[in-house]
Structures are given as structure tokens and as C-alpha cells.
Design a protein around this ligand. Structure first.
Ligand code: UDP
Length: 324
């Protein structure tokens, strides 16, 4: 089986590329290395910008893939609010270019719970209304719609995977999360605990949650990788298009995550309390029953301490991420 993975040098993309390769899949990665890291993927790599339609179509001409998994995108909510045009271009146009070139090829898409917007229930199910509250979520939803329209037209099935909070690192500490700038809670809390950054800021302590801080569903990157394999298998063996939430179903507050980081590092996370961050709903927790029932997917990292420990191990082995 030969699979094209776009954005395969990024955090979730490289974890998925490695996971698929470990299952015997012939993986070809495309990445423009704008956000990804060459060291994150040591297999076949084409350095190419998906916004360059001619270059992409020339590259794909005559090649055949059993499936495509598309990660390449921009993924910062705050940045998307400031630069919406850039997000619409980066997150939607590549999907058009890929689908034009890969008629009939099953397409697994890296989507997000941010497509739902403000939650109207404690646990989000796939039939929750989709009214994104930031351009990041809106662009991911637009790409979802395009892929569903393509599927309805008979031009190829799609699997839309709506991640909750991707977190953690490969067991063994060889591969992990490295964003520049880093904005995510767990890596920032680890840096603060180790004294490598100033105290972290808790974004909002007046949310309607038990300790006043936001609650999220942290899902290990290898569990996400496994879900992509399941979705690909489903589509390649003739399964119908579908959309699936990927989370553990367990919510943890910012303070609970800081406690877990403090425990794993062996010293508490220094912090200050700050105002809410624009675009952050109070609680986002997945109901992933559909992925379990339809894909046979089961997340293994359900203990948040275990998940955080993998991120700490990666950080200790690579204090400057892939620059180490
Ligand atoms: N958060 C925080 N301080 C930080 C970074 C994040 O309090 O320095 C909070 C953020 O408001 C959210 C949660 O931690 O409630 C997870 O944020 P992250 O950016 O990791 O992921 P997101 O939920 O935006 O995908």
C-alpha cells in the first residue's frame, strides 16, 4: 500500500508517517518545511509547497497512491484571528490542488474540534452544530465541506478526523512537539517547571469549571496516528466517507495539567494568572464513540500522567526540540 502524507514533517504528520511505515505502508511525504522539521521524518520526502499548483501537479503526474493523508496547514487559533486571509489560503487551497490531482483517491483529512465552535453540550458528538468561532476552525470546516462534496460527486471518499488536543511524544523521547513559537500548554508548562522560560500564564481563571480554568481533552499523538491508519484502512477497503471525533473522553483543566507536569518534572510549574485568551471555549471534551464503533479505534493513553510523562521525556532528551 502506498500512501501520500502531506505535512509529514510536522508534529502529528510525522507521528502518523512513522506509524504507517511501522505497519508496512510505503509512505511518501510532501512538506515545504515551513513549520515541519526535516529530522522528524527520515523516509522519502519531497520538499514542495502545495500552494504551487503546477509544481504539485507535475510532481504527482504518473504517480499512483492508494490513499492520501493531508496534514499540511496552519494551526494557530490566535494567528488565524490576526491573519484570516493567510489561513484561508493555506488551509483550503492545498485541498483543492490535491483533490484536482488525486481524483478517486481516498482522502483522510486532519480536522479539528474547532469546527464545532462554542460547545452546546458537555461531550461533543459529531452531530453537534458546526459554527466555528475563529478563522482556523472556519477554514478546516470549509475543507471538510469540499471533501464531502467531492465524495458526493463520486470523486473519492474522505475520512474527516476531528482532533481534540494533540499532546505527548513518541515513547523513548526521539520525536515530539516542536513549534516555533510554542503556544501549547504542555510544552510551555514543562519549560516553566524546568526554569527554561518565565512562569507560564494561565489564560483565564473565571471559567464556569470546578477550578475556574479551561478543560480540554488531551489525546496522545500516537493514538491520533493509529486513528489515521484505521480511517485509511476503512476507506481503502471500500468503506464510506465519514467523520470522527478523536479524544479520550476525559477532560482536564489547565491547573490539572500543570499538576501533572509538576509531578512528571519533579518540581511545580511556576505561573501567573492572566485574562482569558480570545476564542477559547470553557470546555471541549470528545465523545469518540463513533470512531470506536465504526473504525475500531481505541485510545491507549487514557492516563494523563502517562501522556505528560512522554512529553517530559522528549523535552529532557531534546531541550531545544529538533534544534538539539
Ligand atoms: N493555556 C494557558 N496558558 C498557555 C497556553 C494555553 O492557560 O500558556 C490554556 C488555553 O487557554 C487552553 C488550554 O491551555 O484552555 C490548551 O491550550 P493549547 O494552546 O495547548 O491548545 P488549544 O486548546 O488552543 O488547541
Amino acid at each position: 500500500m502506498k500512501v501520500l502524507v502531506t505535512g509529514g514533517c510536522g508534529y502529528i504528520g510525522s507521528a502518523t508517517a512513522r506509524w504507517l511505515r511501522s505497519k508496512g505502508v510505503d509512505v511518501q511525504v510532501i512538506d515545504n518545511l515551513s513549520e515541519g522539521h526535516r529530522q522528524a521524518w527520515d523516509g522519502p520526502l519531497e520538499i514542495l509547497d502545495l500552494l504551487d499548483r503546477d509544481l504539485l501537479h507535475t510532481y504527482l503526474k504518473g504517480k499512483s497512491f492508494d490513499g492520501v493523508v493531508h496534514f499540511a496547514a496552519r494551526c494557530y487559533v490566535g494567528e488565524s484571528v490576526e491573519q484570516p486571509e493567510r489561513y484561508w489560503r493555506s488551509n483550503v487551497v492545498p485541498v483543492i490542488h490535491l483533490t484536482e490531482a488525486l481524483q478517486g483517491v481516498p482522502f483522510v483529512f486532519s480536522s479539528t474540534c474547532a469546527t464545532y465552535g462554542e460547545p452546546q453540550a458537555e461531550y461533543l458528538q459529531e452531530d453537534h452544530p458546526q459554527f466555528p468561532v475563529n478563522p482556523y476552525g472556519a477554514t478546516k470546516l470549509a475543507a471538510e465541506r469540499l471533501l464531502l462534496d467531492r465524495s458526493a460527486a463520486g470523486h473519492g471518499t474522505c475520512g474527516l478526523l476531528r482532533y481534540f488536543n494533540a499532546a505527548g511524544a513518541a515513547p523513548g523521547g526521539d520525536f515530539g512537539e516542536h513549534h516555533d513559537p510554542e503556544t501549547h500548554l504542555i510544552p510551555l508548562a514543562i519549560d516553566a517547571a524546568l526554569g527554561e522560560r518565565p512562569p507560564m500564564t494561565i489564560f483565564g481563571t473565571d471559567y464556569p469549571t470546578p477550578d475556574g480554568t479551561c478543560i480540554r481533552d488531551y489525546i496522545h499523538v500516537d493514538d491520533l496516528a493509529a486513528a489515521h491508519e484505521k480511517a485509511l484502512d476503512c476507506l481503502i477497503t471500500g468503506g464510506d466517507s465519514g467523520y470522527w471525533n478523536l479524544g479520550t473522553g476525559n477532560g482536564f483543566s489547565v491547573r490539572q495539567i500543570m499538576d501533572a507536569v509538576g509531578h512528571a518534572v519533579g518540581q511545580p510549574v511556576p505561573f501567573k494568572e492572566g485574562p482569558r485568551r480570545v476564542g477559547d471555549p470553557a470546555i471541549l471534551v470528545a465523545n469518540s464513540a463513533k470512531a470506536k464503533a465504526e473504525l475500531g479505534w481505541v485510545p491507549h493513553y487514557t492516563d494523563v500522567n502517562e501522556l505528560v510523562a512522554t512529553a517530559v521525556a522528549w523535552h529532557r532528551a531534546h531541550p531545544s526540540g529538533y534544534a538539539s
